[in-house]
Design a protein around this ligand. Structure first.
Ligand code: SF4
Length: 313
């Protein structure tokens, strides 16, 4: 349904190049909830923007393929791309306040998508907008509100309702609940899960909060240094993490029952993506590193039902 093959993308500056997405491949199938996790600065958001062909200058896609129902997005012209947006692929961004226009009423900015891109009449567009807002628990009397008149949670629901307008097959969600308090976060996540079942769309969910993904995702990819270092079924990655970075993320997870002294954080900082990385990108933070890790880059290999890139396997 949606497949990324060997995608390379980054940011070109006068004196340096930040290679933020390095040879990433993944496939999203019908009803998948595909989670992508990793620390801030590992390339997750760049991957989303590149995969949806939304990366703006100085961002650049260098190579790869992005297939939607077999069509490569990188070969489509603007009007072919416009045809696919909202109908096949949609995006829920990190901050609803930045996605919504502050001086246009909710109903008008949602209708705009339908009228300008897909030829709806104003009345039909308003009717569909109302239906979609009701789906996310927003009543018709809020349609005339401006974004600032809604709480952060309601604004995020508006953005989700907007992404659902044309019933796309795949919705990318880039940290959609990060700025919200935990109670609102939970209720929005539950709503996303209900909507996914009801409207049968697949989700690609990006977060630095790995515990969220283990609850919700069917498949999970762990990203480090612009690459996927482990990909597998969410429950099996959780119960048996293979890559030392995944193990580190799991050991740092807080739990009500765990003794506080048992928490371990991963030492050091994420690697600088403007560097030409020789050997394993995680080696300076890895307690399992050995000589080979210094000189040879581990490739993703399929081991024990899982893709992982580590010389230990
Ligand atoms: Fe650690 Fe080496 Fe595996 Fe990299 S390849 S994760 S440094 S053991």
């Amino acid at each position: 349904m949606f497949e990324v093959i060997n995608l390379n993308a980054g940011y070109e500056f006068r004196d340096k190049f930040v290679h933020a997405v390095r040879n990433v491949s993944f496939k999203v199938e019908k009803n998948d909830f595909f989670g992508i996790a990793g620390e801030s600065g590992c390339g997750k958001s760049t991957l989303v923007l590149a995969a949806l062909r939304l990366l703006k200058k100085p961002g650049k896609i260098m190579s790869g393929k992005i297939l939607v129902d077999g069509k490569d997005l990188l070969t489509l012209n603007d009007s072919e791309m416009k045809e696919l947006r909202w109908k096949k692929i949609a995006l829920v961004t990190q901050s609803s306040m930045n996605s919504l226009n502050p001086v246009i009423k909710i109903k008008d900015q949602m209708s705009d998508v339908l009228i300008k891109n897909h030829g709806y009449s104003k009345a039909d567009a308003h009717e569909l907008v109302q239906k979609n807002l009701e789906l996310v628990g927003i009543t018709a009397d809020r349609m005339d509100s401006y974004p600032h008149q809604l709480s952060g949670g309601l604004r995020q629901r508006v953005v989700i309702a907007m992404a659902l307008l044309m019933s796309p097959s795949v919705i990318f969600m880039d940290e959609p609940t990060t700025a919200l308090d935990v109670v609102v976060q939970r209720s929005i996540l539950q709503q996303i899960e209900e909507l996914r079942k009801q409207k049968a769309f697949s989700a690609v969910f990006i977060t630095h909060d790995i515990s969220l993904l283990f609850e919700m995702a069917t498949k999970i990819a762990i990203m480090y240094g612009g690459e996927f270092v482990e990909i597998g079924e969410a429950h099996s990655v959780y119960s048996n993490p293979m890559h030392p970075y995944t193990k580190g993320l799991l050991e740092a997870l807080p739990s009500i029952s765990k003794n506080l002294e048992k928490y371990k954080s991963i030492p050091g900082r994420p690697i600088d993506l403007s560097l030409n990385i020789a050997g394993c990108p995680f080696r300076e933070r890895c307690s399992y590193a050995f000589e080979k890790c210094e000189v040879e880059k581990p490739e993703l290999k399929f081991v024990n039902g899982r893709w992982t890139s580590c010389h230990l396997y």
